[in-house]
Design a protein around this ligand. Structure first.
Ligand code: PGA
Length: 252
């Protein structure tokens, strides 16, 4: 296994009011010296909590990120938030191209790519999400869909230090259904080969590829120990510190 440091990322989605900082506190307390020496831990709350979470996590090893950004640095874009604003609020990473944004907001690969470029411009890690729907899986299009999204969504100027790819089969998100670890390894291998072919072998072996979709404490090990899996993007189970930390502990 190459020297890729595991990343466990929590995607809080549209959950969390001010009191949720207590849950973050529990994550910080539980992310002790031993675990934090081995893996990276990231919590991505809604926009409204980023600044406070970043202030709370300051001095700890827990990183705070966002779930989306606008491609532009500033401008007349009502309701949007730029990558520069996220960095200014203390975020270190941003998820782009999550399937819920692709589905709910009609985001396509070109827009996702522009958002990833914005993340890099602001010095943020971009977690670029790809993954097939149930229908695409049944039609045996997983490979084509993932490669097309990867090609379209990852910017040419990407470097391994700020690029993370998350393979999230859409049908596995929030459903309790998961692919086998063998299926995940196969798709991750495909992604790694595509990154190597496009950016060179060094970048291919350095780029972290996360699995996401119904990751829970009791199934996390099967994914996190699989070949070519460098961490997890966790939705529902990231909302409870105990579950999130239990998943993180499976990464070592
Ligand atoms: P889930 O969500 O863990 O609740 O399935 C994962 C995600 O959407 O990133």
């Amino acid at each position: 296994m190459a020297a890729r440091r595991a990343l466990i990322a929590g995607n809080w989605k549209m959950h969390g009011l001010a009191a949720a900082v207590e849950e973050l506190d529990r994550v910080i307390q539980g992310f002790g010296a031993e675990l934090s020496s081995k893996i990276d831990l990231l919590v991505c709350p809604p926009f409204t909590l980023i600044e406070e979470f970043a202030a709370t996590a300051k001095g700890s090893k827990v990183l705070i990120g966002a779930q989306d950004c606008h491609p532009k640095a500033s401008g007349a874009h009502t309701g949007d938030v730029s990558a520069e604003m996220l960095a200014d609020a203390g975020a270190k990473a941003v998820i782009v191209g999550h399937s819920e944004r692709r589905a709910d907001h009609g985001e396509g690969d070109a827009l996702v790519r522009a958002k990833a470029e914005a993340a890099f411009r602001a010095g943020l890690i971009a977690i670029v999400c790809v993954g097939e729907t149930q229908a695409q899986r049944e039609a045996k299009q997983t490979r084509d869909v993932v490669l097309r999204q990867l090609q379209g969504s990852v910017p040419d100027g990407a470097g391994a230090s700020l690029l993370v790819i998350a393979y999230e089969p859409v049908w596995a998100i929030g459903s309790g259904l998961t692919p086998s670890s063998g299926d995940v390894t196969e798709v991750h291998g495909l992604i790694r080969n595509a990154v190597s072919a496009r950016f060179g072998a060094a970048m291919g072996s350095a780029t972290r590829i996360l699995y996401g979709g119904s990751v829970k404490p009791d199934n996390a090990a099967s994914f996190l120990k699989a070949n070519d899996v460098d961490g997890a993007l966790v939705g529902g189970a990231s909302l409870k510190a105990a579950d999130f930390l239990a998943i993180a502990s499976r990464a070592v």
